[in-house]
Ligand binder design. Structure first.
Ligand code: NAD
Ligand code: MG
Length: 284
């Protein structure tokens, strides 16, 4: 860690709440220029209420897509995202529930199809992480829950979405830099993020013949509700200080990766990972 970058703060429950963060995360920069790259497409974004998912929902709407956002229970954050999307003139369907439950995943797909009649982009992005400084103290319950939310849900949604996806559709999964460099206090979480990379590569190869692309984004330290709801206040203060760019990234600096991967600009890209991580070299 190099320097203090953020006011110390902690939220006692996960998922965290974006409106309680100070400073607020930046969902969109003033210099983002949309080119209608996703005109009339329909995207599902899990964890789309806040953080990276909110910025993706906003950018997708600016690019001409309607969105379905799924989130655990942060209704106030979801309503704020919906307002941002509606303000641009696009639709935003909000669905609260546990993506680790396959029945909720089925509901996400059913409501998307009944409301919009099509599905072009699946962004698997919901995630949770729980600090445990002693590996031996990671409970079976925590291990199973983290795997259910972070990787089982990605499988479920891909499996249920695919019957509705046509050639040209794409799936984008959120991994993490921890998949490559590890994290001694987030061993279960990093393991799920590594699984997401292998899932992405294997599914991409499997779906290549169907013209459906599968890619991943592996962010570094990004200022989102996940951070104050995961780490103690003193760690939040120096969050992101140890990457080459010496600061945390903002959601608006990550979302364009998801636009690119979903758009036709990435038509020759599948099974790959983009790394908005502040300069950490990961060789992967
Ligand atoms: P965030 O808290 O804004 O988003 C995570 C979202 O996941 C929450 O909004 C929550 O509604 C949803 N979620 C969690 N458990 C769920 C469940 N069981 N069912 C349904 N939804 C659930 O934080 P974020 O940082 O934007 O996280 C988005 C993704 O980015 C996560 O997969 C996270 O692991 C990944 N990521 C974040 C960072 C970072 O530094 N913020 C770094 C690398 C990867
Ligand atoms: Mg949230």
């Amino acid at each position: 860690m190099t320097e203090t970058t953020l006011p110390p703060q902690h939220q006692n429950r996960q998922p965290g709440i974006e409106s309680e963060m100070y400073p607020l995360p930046e969902s969109l920069g003033g210099n983002y220029h949309s080119c209608r790259k996703l005109e009339d497409k329909v995207a599902i974004i899990t964890g789309g209420d806040s953080g990276i998912g909110r910025a993706v929902a906003f950018c997708y709407a600016l690019e001409g897509a309607d969105v379905v956002i799924a989130y655990l229970d942060e209704t106030e954050d979801a309503v704020a995202t919906k307002k941002m999307v509606n303000h641009i003139g696009k639709e935003c369907v909000c669905l609260a529930g546990d993506v680790g439950d396959i029945h909720f995943c089925q509901r996400i797909i059913d409501e998307t199809m009944s409301h919009f009649g099509r599905l072009d982009i699946l962004v698997n992005n919901a995630g949770e992480q729980h600090v445990q400084s002693d590996f031996e103290n990671i409970t079976v319950e925590q291990l199973e829950r983290t795997f259910r939310t972070n990787i089982f849900a990605y499988f479920y949604l891909a499996k249920l979405a695919l019957p509705h996806m046509k050639p040209g559709s794409s799936i984008i999964n959120t991994s993490s830099v921890t998949a490559y460099v590890g994290n001694p206090r987030l061993i279960d979480y990093s393991s799920t993020k590594g699984a997401i990379i292998s899932f992405t590569r294997s599914l991409a190869r499997h779906l290549a013949q169907r013209g459906i692309r599968v890619n991943a984004v592996a962010p570094g330290p990004i200022w989102t509700p996940l951070i104050p709801s995961t780490f103690p206040a003193e760690d939040v203060q120096t969050f992101g200080g140890d990457v080459p760019l010496q600061r945390p990234g903002q959601p608006r600096e990550v979302a364009p990766c998801y636009v690119y991967l979903a758009s036709d600009d990435a038509s020759y890209i599948t099974g790959q990972v983009l790394h908005p991580n502040g300069g950490t070299i990961i060789n992967g």
